[in-house]
Write a protein of this length. Structure first.
Length: 396
């Protein structure tokens, strides 16, 4: 999101409360201001010091604290989003009936923010007619329900009722607030790193995991776009709702991109592409016993996919390139980006510094977005999900 959100996380009394810690941590690391409202039962499963340390804010529990500042109303009024994790059968019943006998119930009733719940309970409780009715009532009021999943429950039990995993909850909760400003747009995104074979065993490649490209694809889809993702050796999973075409080499990527780009309104080339490939590929494993002390490999230049897209783009199509550079000096880094966008002919260039411990295969990123004139139109740092949204904001 462009700005940090004020997120209230309600934690209630179930064994899955320990997973709430991971949810809170992910939201904080994404740059959001997280305020935990815990029930008395929740604190029997997770300690208040833990929740305060992870959220970086005081944990509110008592309905009668902060009366002078009307805290039982103020917390909900200030919220951009309320996320209840886990949501027990008891909490769901109270929410459905508007019962506000604790701070969490008052917070929900006093807020106009979207409410998201992640149920967690035993299968019999989840399938009980009362719970089913209460869930139906809440969904009818616009409450978003995430899960529950099927799997191992408390003790030896297994079945539906297991709380969804923290990363799934965070993604789904934040998606509720995403604007649908890309509805109907066809967006083609590349992600990952291409590999050029030396023999059936070895290849020349790079350390890109595909995380930033996949984050862009997920964010675009959640904003209503029709997304096609061309993934080169991805090391991260992709939502089943996104159409994915897998490739390995730069030539395969080029063929797939040129074919798919014909129908795309926007093409985002986030993949790390090999500039060169071996001139010849050995049919069997190269053996050091037969090569001696040195092995010489002749490389030939790969096609420039982004420049090729610029040459053949149709009217109105937007092209976005990525430039991963190791330059440490800020002015020199900008100069490299400005020279590259001129050579490539793209509409925007996402410039990011990479190195041994930044950029590739990490969860965070720092980028500068240049327009066709070389002017800075956006700078962003944070999780790759938040950076993805900032990039899409520029395109919108």
């Amino acid at each position: 999101m462009p700005e940090p959100l004020n997120i209230v996380v309600g934690v209630t009394g179930g064994i899955a409360a320990y997973k709430a810690v991971a949810v809170i941590r992910s939201l904080v690391l994404a740059g959001h201001d997280v305020h935990v409202v815990a029930t008395d039962a929740a604190l029997r499963f997770v300690g208040k010091p833990t929740l305060e340390a992870i959220s970086r804010n005081t944990v509110n529990t008592d309905l009668y604290e902060g009366v002078a500042e009307v805290r039982h109303v103020a917390i909900g009024q200030a919220a951009d989003l309320i996320l209840i994790v886990p949501a027990t059968a008891n909490t769901i019943a109270k929410l459905a009936n508007g019962i506000a006998d604790d701070l969490l119930g008052n917070t929900v009733l006093a807020s106009k923010a979207p409410v998201v719940i992640a149920p967690a309970m035993h299968t019999e409780m989840w399938q009980n007619a009362a719970t089913a009715h209460n869930i139906s009532v809440l969904e009818g009021r616009g409450v978003t329900v995430i899960g529950p999943a099927s799997g191992q429950l408390t003790g030896a039990d297994s079945g539906q009722g297991r709380m969804s995993e923290p990363e799934e909850i965070v993604a789904a909760a934040l998606a509720v607030l995403r604007p649908k400003d890309l509805t109907g747009r066809r967006i083609l995104i590349t992600a990952g790193g291409t590999r050029e074979a030396l023999d059936p065993v070895r290849f020349i490649g790079n350390r890109s995991s595909g995380k930033q490209g996949v984050a862009l694809a997920c964010a675009a889809a959640e904003r209503g776009a029709i997304v096609t993702l061309i993934g080169a050796n991805l090391e991260v999973s992709v939502s089943a709702t996104i159409r994915v075409e897998h490739v390995v080499s730069t030539l395969e990527l080029a063929d797939a991109v040129f074919a798919a780009a014909e129908e795309a309104d926007v093409v985002i080339m986030a993949a790390a592409v090999s500039d060169y490939r071996p001139e010849s590929v050995a049919e069997s494993k190269i053996k050091k016993e037969t090569q001696g002390e040195r092995l010489t490999i002749e490389l030939v230049k790969n096609p420039d996919i982004l420049a090729g897209l610029a040459d053949r783009r149709r009217d109105g199509q937007i092209l976005v390139g990525f430039a991963a550079e190791t330059e440490r000096d800020a002015d020199a880094l900008l100069a490299l980006g400005r020279a590259k966008i001129v050579r490539k002919g793209s509409d925007f260039l996402v410039l990011n510094r990479v190195g041994w411990s930044e950029g590739f295969a990490t969860d965070g990123n720092s980028v500068i977005v240049l327009d066709g004139a070389g002017d800075i139109v956006m700078e962003a740092s944070g999780s790759k999900t938040s950076v993805a949204d900032r990039i899409l904001d520029v395109l919108v």
